[in-house]
Design a protein around this ligand. Structure first.
Ligand code: ZN
Length: 357
């Protein structure tokens, strides 16, 4: 490393540290402000729409069980088709307009393309100013963190990594009407996040990640170019593994760097509601579906249980990166998930949605 680049790195690190300090310094003031709002509208549970909108964590957990009961939901398989039918019916019954955004995807290591489907459930579809909650809903074809390769192809149900975000949204759907939103709301379920058979990095010829979110983002960018005054996403929250027992959600690195204001908003709400799973410190940089949204200009934050930033991850120990011991293992089952974690995530999201713009 030359002196010049070292200088550049020093400046960059100062900026990063500085950004972190700014983020921290905002806590006391904006918190005082929002807890005032909380005491009149949410924290006390009094008052019209709020009291009728209570996240039912047990019902959310039952949805998680129902999704896992389908079995694996790998892209392009019967299991995924069953899940699409179930989720579509559920969101329509709760008043959403559902679009299936279908496309063909050819994975490098596979001989044939498969059909993939992003599911978009819209409330107030006529509103141009919109917010989004999203997650991936496909499951891993190979449980590659199992130590014995013989276990890799056994049925993997992805309770936390696959079902949890969908289950939280299924429960949230019951409350959308009572939230009296000021903006349009979309729940977006991405296909093709886990469709990995060859997990070498893509630069080295490995499989491609994020088919669904990339396709969705490209379609959105196209629509924005064709109609610049049309529909626009103001904010997006990505849920990934939001049901693990004793989960800890620190700031995900890309979210904090590229959508710092939204990170601050979400973790402030969590503090106000005493949702301790949201930890106000830096986590790892996680490559996830929010990167596609950030690429097309949507402020997007990933709620994901990563390890503290200062944990040194040794080569071959990727599992230490995610703060969930059952990650990509056959033990990622409902019994290792918790209604309490889902409750905290659900309540933070409801307050964010209610206050949106
Ligand atoms: Zn995964």
């Amino acid at each position: 490393m030359s002196h010049k680049t070292r200088l550049l790195w020093t400046v960059l690190s100062l900026l990063v540290v500085g950004g972190g300090i700014v983020l921290m310094m905002h806590y006391p003031s904006s918190n005082a402000q929002s807890s005032n709002q909380g005491s009149t509208s949410f924290a006390t549970g009094r008052g019209g729409a709020d009291s009728s909108a209570t996240f039912d964590a047990q019902r959310a957990f039952n949805y998680l069980r129902q999704i896992c009961a389908i079995g694996p939901r790998i892209s392009g398989t019967e299991g995924m088709k069953k899940q699409i039918a179930m989720v579509k019916k559920h969101f329509e019954a709760q008043g959403a307009q559902v679009e299936l955004q279908t496309f063909q995807a050819k994975q490098r290591s596979r001989p044939q393309a498969v059909e993939m489907t992003n599911l978009i459930a819209r409330w107030h579809p006529e509103r141009k100013r919109r917010i989004m909650v999203c997650t991936h809903y496909d499951t891993r074809p190979i449980a590659d963190q199992e130590p014995n390769p013989r276990d890799w192809t056994k049925p993997f149900v992805g309770a936390n990594d696959g079902a949890s975000g969908v289950a939280v949204m299924m429960e949230l759907a019951h409350h959308v009407a009572a939230l009296e939103l000021k903006v349009g709301l979309d729940f977006v379920l991405f296909d093709g996040e886990e469709y990995i058979f060859d997990k070498r990095p893509s630069e080295e010829g490995g499989d491609r990640y994020f088919f669904g979110s990339d396709h969705f983002a490209d379609e959105y960018a196209k629509a924005r170019r064709q109609n610049p005054g049309g529909m626009e996403y103001l904010e997006a929250i990505l849920l990934d593994m939001v049901a693990g027992k004793n989960a800890k959600f620190p700031y995900e690195g890309h979210s904090a760097m590229s959508a710092g204001r939204l990170v601050e908003k979400i973790w402030n709400i969590a503090k106000e509601l005493d949702c301790k799973a949201f930890v106000p410190s830096w986590g790892q940089d996680v490559l996830d579906d929010h990167l596609a949204l950030l690429r097309v200009g949507i402020p997007a934050v990933d709620i994901v249980p990563s390890a503290p930033r200062n944990r040194h991850i040794l080569p071959g120990r990727e599992a230490d990166f995610m703060d969930y011991p059952h990650w990509h293992r056959l033990s990622d089952i409902p019994e290792n998930c918790s209604p309490d974690t889902m409750d905290q995530v659900g309540r933070v999201l409801m307050t964010w949605m209610r206050r949106a713009f």
